[in-house]
Write a protein of this length. Structure first.
Length: 207
């Protein structure tokens, strides 16, 4: 169970929906949150139309900052990768999740995992699949093996370990071990950090 801070000007209905997954739920507007800190929350649920702008504002909070689950009425596909790089661990879009999905996302995101609604997930998958030439070992301090690259691609697509094991005909324990090795090589602590790191390394360069 977790302490959840719903950051919204009118998030009381959302707070009631997430309450079964938390010990405590507090609703505060963004400006009030920015005047202090995460308030000891284990998770921030950011309910907003202005996803990128408000994530950038939350990034100014002093550490340690709790993970962020974005719940958006809508999101422009072009903003999905920016939102992930700006601190969102999970993104749910209204009309694309059930209450069970929301409760699962609250629990998972608080533990450092990720949950994505279909539209954000499709953006991530399209991004990964459109850059096969950039999946080689060059961008990483320690090269990933081909099997680790296969696993990382599925991680970035939001697949859990059990599904990855099934897709690659591996034991789930083997997948867990390989994921741990990927974290070490990418110098990250969890799945979401690995995905954000992967996306930032495979993003197109300007200029």
């Amino acid at each position: 169970m977790t302490k959840v801070l719903v950051v919204s000007g009118a998030g009381h209905a959302l707070a009631e929906l997430v309450r079964p997954a938390a010990d405590a739920v507090e609703v505060r507007p963004l400006l009030e949150v920015l005047g202090g800190s995460g308030g000891g929350a284990d998770l921030i649920v950011l309910h907003t139309h202005a996803v990128v702008r408000e994530l950038a504002a939350l990034a100014a909070l002093p550490p340690p900052r709790p993970p962020v689950l974005v719940v958006a009425p809508a999101i422009v596909p072009g903003d999905v990768l920016t939102a992930l790089r700006s601190g969102a661990r999970s993104i749910l879009v209204d009309g694309q999740y059930t209450r069970a999905d929301l409760l699962d996302a609250v629990a998972a995101t608080a533990r450092g995992h990720s949950r994505l609604s279909p539209v954000p997930l499709s953006v991530v998958v399209d991004h990964v699949q459109s850059r096969p030439a950039e999946l080689g070992p060059g961008p990483f301090r320690q090269p990933l093996t081909q099997r680790e690259l296969d696993i990382m691609e599925l991680l970035a697509a939001g697949e859990p370990n059990a599904a990855i094991a099934d897709r690659l005909a591996l034991a789930e324990k083997t997948v867990r071990n390989r994921v741990s090795q990927i974290y070490l090589k990418l110098q990250v602590n969890n799945r979401t950090e690995a995905i954000v790191h992967w996306l930032s390394r495979t993003a197109p360069r300007s200029g």
